[in-house]
Design a protein around this ligand. Structure first.
Ligand SMILES: NC(=O)c1ccc[n+]([C@@H]2O[C@H](COP(=O)([O-])OP(=O)(O)OC[C@H]3O[C@@H](n4cnc5c(N)ncnc54)[C@H](OP(=O)(O)O)[C@@H]3O)[C@@H](O)[C@H]2O)c1
Length: 265
C-alpha cells in the first residue's frame, strides 16, 4: 500500500520539494496551501513524479478548512500514515516597532494551524495505533533571535507543544517528530540576507535530510549539524552576556513578507 501523506504548505519551498520527493516514491499525497496557482503546480509536479494527489486549497489557520480537508482525505484514503505539518510564516520585525499583531499572525499559522491539524488527525491515528505526525519547527526556536522574535517564539511553542504530546503518547503507536532545519533555500529564506545564513542548504538536500530523519524514527530531526548541534544543545545554556554580544550582530530580514494568497485566491 502506498504511504498516505499530508503535507501542509506544499505550494512552495520545503513543502513543494517534499511533495516531489515523496511523489517519486509513489506516495498518496494530500497537499495544502492558499495560493491556487502554486499549489496546482506543486500537485502537477508530484503527479508527474508518480504520486496520487489530493489538492486541498485552503488556510491552515481556518478550522473549517482543516476539517473539510481531513474529511476529504478520510473519504479518499480512510486516513493518513504521515502528517507533515510544514506550513509556516515569518516576517521581518524590529523590536523598536513591535506589534502584538505580528506575534498573533505568526502564531496563527505556525502554532494554531499545526494544532488544528493535530486535533483533526490524531484520534484516527490513535485508534489505528499507528501514524506519524512530523511538525516542521526550526532551530530558531531554541533561543530568541533578534529581528525574528515572533518567529522564534512560535517555533519554541511548536517544539514544546510537540514534545509534550510525544512524551504522553509514548507506546501508543503514534510517533511525534519535531523537525528543526537550519537554513534551507525557499521563498522564506530568499527574503533573508545570504550573508546571515551560514550552512545554507539547497532545498533538495534539506528535504532529503528531513525525510531521512523521519524514517530513522528520530523524535528530533535537526540539520545541518555544524549549525544545528550548537543551536540545539549549546545555545540554550549559553549565558545571556555571551549570547547577547554575539547575536546582536544579526539583523532583520532584507525583504518583508507579502501575502500573495490575498491576490491569488
Ligand atoms: N527554509 C528554511 O530555512 C527553514 C528553516 C527552519 C524552518 N523552516 C520552516 O519550514 C516550513 C516551510 O517553510 P519554507 O522555508 O519552505 O518557506 P516557504 O517557501 O515560504 O513555504 C511556506 C509554505 O507554507 C504555506 N503557508 C503559509 N501560511 C499558510 C496558511 N495559513 N495556510 C496554509 N499554508 C500556509 C505557504 O503556502 P501559501 O502561501 O500558498 O499558503 C507555503 O507553501 C515553515 O514552517 C518554516 O518555518 C524553514
Amino acid at each position: 500500500m502506498p504511504l498516505r501523506v499530508l503535507i501542509t504548505g506544499a505550494s512552495s519551498g520545503l513543502g513543494r520539494e517534499l511533495a516531489r520527493q515523496l511523489g517519486q516514491e509513489g506516495c498518496r499525497l494530500a497537499l495544502t496551501g492558499r495560493r491556487a496557482e502554486k499549489l496546482a503546480q506543486a500537485a502537477d509536479g508530484a503527479r508527474c513524479a508518480g504520486a496520487e494527489v489530493l489538492e486541498l486549497l485552503g488556510d491552515t489557520t481556518k478550522r473549517e478548512d482543516v476539517q473539510r480537508h481531513y474529511a476529504r482525505i478520510k473519504a479518499a484514503w480512510d486516513g493518513l500514515d504521515w502528517a507533515i505539518l510544514n506550513a509556516g510564516v515569518g516576517d521581518s520585525e524590529s523590536a523598536r516597532s513591535f506589534t502584538a499583531k505580528n506575534v498573533r499572525w505568526t502564531f496563527e499559522t505556525n502554532v494554531f494551524g499545526a494544532a488544528e491539524w493535530i486535533e483533526a488527525v490524531l484520534p484516527d491515528m490513535l485508534a489505528a495505533k499507528s501514524g506519524t505526525i512530523a511538525g516542521v519547527s526550526s532551530i530558531a526556536g531554541f533561543r530568541g533571535l533578534p529581528g525574528a522574535a515572533s518567529y522564534s517564539a512560535s517555533k519554541a511553542a511548536l517544539t514544546t507543544l510537540l514534545e509534550g504530546i510525544r512524551v504522553e503518547l509514548r507506546g501508543s503507536g503514534v510517533r511525534i517528530v519535531t523537525v528543526c532545519p537550519g537554513f534551507v533555500k525557499s521563498e522564506m529564506t530568499a527574503r533573508n540576507d545570504p550573508r546571515q545564513m551560514p550552512f545554507l542548504l539547497e532545498t533538495e538536500d534539506g528535504v532529503r535530510r528531513m525525510l531521512s530523519g523521519i524514517r530513522k524514527g528520530r523524535s528530533l530531526v535537526h540539520f545541518p549539524w555544524p549549525l544545528s548541534t550548537p543551536m540545539v544543545y549549546l545555545m540554550p545554556n549559553l549565558p545571556n552576556a555571551i549570547y547577547d554580544r554575539v547575536f546582536s550582530k544579526f539583523k532583520k530580514r532584507k525583504k518583508p513578507y507579502v501575502d500573495e494568497s490575498k491576490s491569488q485566491g
